[in-house]
Structures are given as structure tokens and as C-alpha cells.
Design a protein around this ligand. Structure first.
Ligand code: AMP
Ligand code: MG
Length: 401
């Protein structure tokens, strides 16, 4: 049986190199940059006002005081988006708004609050305080210099980075292609929602939960119809999904029960199995294989096992395949607020609930069919075999919320 780290290394080694594509910026959220992006322009592209106020020559107002204001002639008005034809001469000023281009001749902006306009002389502005050169001016390229790096290969396009790329006028960006991931749930007991449960059946829940996780790994889920525990049916469904998708995730049918056909069906369609057991709980039976450049992940049917093995072994592969530099779940330090007990002989990724202050609780019953504790959990803690983390123990929480 493979250790978890060895299994992950084997999965990652099998991940094909990313292929890249150009996408409009409007479709690039969450995508992975395929290469370095440089700025085609300075940002700001021109000196502009940081305030509503008046653009002027700082030297003109060096002696200004509330009781001894400096009187300047109002020479014009520049709204944001306008440009000024002339130059701000000594003894004059120009009305500016936030984002208005600083006109030639001006070197400072005095905010409106430290000025006064007398009703009987609207062509003049009284300046009540001095301004240093550059005051309230957003300088040309103080944010980004033309040619400087805005992002590197492997970085995720977050909202902030997308905003930056948009601000320098980029319309599109080169990113790693997203994998289409087929989702097959196998099991003759499985039923779709919408009908009362037939005797002995259960509602199928893995595809929906996994589709959500696939989307959050920035890949594209494709859900296939339910498949009964029947070798020929599974073979057909697998072949179809492998043809249509980059990777296929199945659930169920991977343990040693005689109804467990995934491995056999996969080999019969020409797939090569790499391994099928990992020394973790939940999720010991986990099949990994390859078929003509496609990857197969055969997850256990137990909903908790399916979810945990996806997070630990499939998610990193999907992110790597898109070219992402960071492929692991965020690790957040926490402190156990109550004991977390693994009295089993296997390493257990236990479901926990961490509060915003870092206090960490068991999410409930840890058996691998119990969904209520998955719903309550926001993370996993890796607990070695036969180990108790007592209250007060510092833990690393793998966050997946
Ligand atoms: P298996 O891995 O096929 O032996 O299934 C293990 C357990 O998980 C059984 O109790 C199944 O009924 C249950 N199970 C399998 N697939 C699903 C599914 N897609 N949704 C919910 N439960 C499932
Ligand atoms: Mg089954």
C-alpha cells in the first residue's frame, strides 16, 4: 500500500504538461497565467489630481495662511477625462477633480476644503494654506512602470490582479487550459433526486459535491448519467467519458467486493493502472490510472472518502495540469479546542471545524459515510495512527472552504 506522499508524487508525475490558450480578460478570473505579463503602459499614464481642488504652482502659495490667503485667478476647469489646452501661469490656478490631468505649469493641488471662493468674485480663488510641490498629485508611473512585471507564470488570476491587468489596458491574457473532468457515479443502489426512494436505494450525492470541488479547482466538471454495477455498462460509460474529457473521476466500485468493476473496466478499455491503494483514512481504495493521455481517478463510493481523496490527490493534479505554481490546500495554523482522537491504525485526515480565531473542533462523527460532519467541516487535520491531539495542541488545518 502506498504512503500518501508517494501516491501524490506518482499522480503528479503522470500529469501532462499544461497546454495554453488566450482568453479575454473577462473570462480569465481564476485562471493560471501561462507566462510573464508586462505592462504596455505607465500607470497612471499621466500626472493627475488625487483630490477635488485647484491645480497651481506651489511657489505661489508658500505664504498662504487662513487669515492671510493668497488670491489666484481661476484660469479654467478640467473635469476628469478632459485635457487643458493652456499652461497654468504664475498667479493662476485651475479647477480640478479627482483624476483630472494635472495641467502643464501646475505642480501641486490644493484641496477644495482649504480654499474659498467669494460670491462677488467668482473668477478668483482664495488659497488658505501652502502646498508642497507634488502635494495631492498622483505621479505618472508611481503605480506601475511601463515594461514592469504584472504577473508570472503559475500565478492565479485573482480579482486584484485582473483589475491591474485591466488598468493597463490588456484585453486578453495567456493562461493554462482548463481540464474537462468527467464525473461518473457507479452503484446499482444509486438514485437520482425527484422521486421517493425505492426500497434499498440511496440518493446519489457524490457527483454534485465533486462538481463543486472541480469548479473550485478551476477545472470544468461534466456530469454523466448514473451507472449500475455492471461490467459492460461501466466499460461503456468509462470509454465514453474518457473520449469526451481530459480526466475522469469515478466513485464507487473500487474496493475488493465482487461488485467492484472499475479496475477491470478501465483495463478492458486500454487503461493502465498505476496504483489502487493508499495508506490513508478515509479513502484507502483509490485507483489511479492513465489511458491515452487521459487520467482516471477511481474514488471510493463513500461520500466522505470521495471528497477527501479528491481534495488530497485529484485537486493538486488538476491545478498542476493548468500550470499552477501553488497546488496544495491552504494550511492554516490552529489550536485544538477539544481532543481529536485517531484510535485507528491508519493515518486519518479528520474533519474539523476551525473558527475565525483558530480554535479547532472535531466536525463530528468521523465515519466515512457521515455527511453531516462534512457539511460542518471547513478543514482537515492529518492525524497519525493511534494518536490523540489533546486540547491545546497546535495543529495545521488544511482548509478547503
Ligand atoms: P463502494 O465504494 O461502491 O463500495 O460504496 C461504498 C458506500 O458508499 C456504499 O454505502 C455506497 O452505497 C455508498 N455510495 C457509493 N456511491 C455513492 C454515491 N455516488 N453517492 C452516495 N453514496 C454512495
Ligand atoms: Mg458500490
Amino acid at each position: 500500500m502506498l504512503e500518501f506522499e508517494a501516491a501524490l508524487a506518482q499522480v503528479l508525475a503522470a500529469v501532462p504538461a499544461p497546454t495554453n490558450e488566450n482568453v479575454p480578460l473577462s473570462e480569465a478570473a481564476g485562471r493560471v497565467l501561462a507566462g510573464q505579463v508586462r505592462s504596455p503602459i505607465d500607470l497612471p499614464a499621466f500626472d493627475n489630481s488625487a483630490m477635488d481642488g485647484y491645480g497651481l504652482r506651489a511657489a505661489d502659495v508658500a505664504a498662504a495662511k487662513p487669515d492671510l490667503p493668497v488670491r489666484l485667478r481661476l484660469a479654467g476647469r478640467i473635469a476628469a477625462g478632459d485635457v487643458f489646452a493652456g499652461e497654468v501661469m504664475a498667479g493662476t490656478c485651475v479647477r480640478l477633480f479627482t483624476g483630472s490631468p494635472l495641467p502643464p505649469g501646475a505642480d501641486a493641488v490644493v484641496m477644495q476644503e482649504t480654499t474659498r471662493v467669494e460670491p462677488n468674485s467668482p473668477g478668483e480663488v482664495l488659497i488658505l494654506a501652502p502646498a508642497a510641490p507634488g502635494e495631492n498629485v498622483r505621479s505618472h508611473w508611481e503605480d506601475v512602470k511601463r515594461g514592469s512585471t504584472l504577473g508570472d507564470a503559475g500565478e492565479l488570476l485573482t480579482a486584484g490582479r485582473l483589475g491591474l491587468l485591466a488598468a493597463v489596458g490588456l484585453a486578453g491574457v495567456r493562461v493554462g487550459r482548463q481540464q474537462v473532468v468527467g464525473l461518473l457515479a457507479t452503484g446499482s443502489e444509486l438514485q437520482e433526486p425527484g422521486q421517493p426512494l425505492a426500497p434499498g436505494r440511496i440518493y446519489e450525492s457524490n457527483r454534485l459535491a465533486l462538481a463543486a470541488l472541480i469548479t473550485r479547482a478551476w477545472a470544468v466538471p461534466r456530469t454523466f448519467p448514473l451507472v449500475a454495477d455492471d461490467l459492460a455498462a461501466i466499460r461503456l460509460a468509462l470509454a465514453d467519458a474518457c473520449n469526451q474529457c481530459d480526466a475522469v473521476v469515478t466513485t464507487g466500485g473500487v474496493s475488493v467486493g465482487e461488485m467492484d468493476f472499475i479496475k477491470r473496466a478501465f483495463e478492458q478499455i486500454g487503461g493502465e493502472l498505476e496504483f489502487w491503494k493508499v495508506a490513508i483514512k478515509p479513502g484507502r481504495p483509490f485507483v489511479f490510472g492513465r489511458c491515452r493521455g487521459k487520467l482516471l481517478f477511481g474514488l471510493p463510493g463513500n461520500p466522505v472518502s470521495a471528497l477527501v481523496t479528491f481534495l488530497l490527490l485529484v485537486r493538486p493534479a488538476l491545478l498542476r495540469w493548468q500550470g499552477a505554481a501553488n497546488i496544495s490546500l491552504p494550511v492554516v495554523p490552529g489550536v485544538m479546542a477539544e481532543p481529536l482522537v485517531n484510535d485507528g491504525g491508519r493515518r486519518h485526515f479528520m474533519r474539523v471545524r476551525m473558527d475565525p480565531a483558530g480554535k479547532t473542533y472535531s466536525a463530528g462523527v468521523q465515519a466515512s459515510h457521515v455527511l453531516s460532519s462534512v457539511a460542518a467541516a471547513n478543514g482537515l487535520v492529518d492525524v497519525p495512527a493511534n494518536t490523540t491531539f489533546t486540547a491545546g495542541t497546535a495543529v495545521s488545518v488544511l482548509r478547503w472552504d
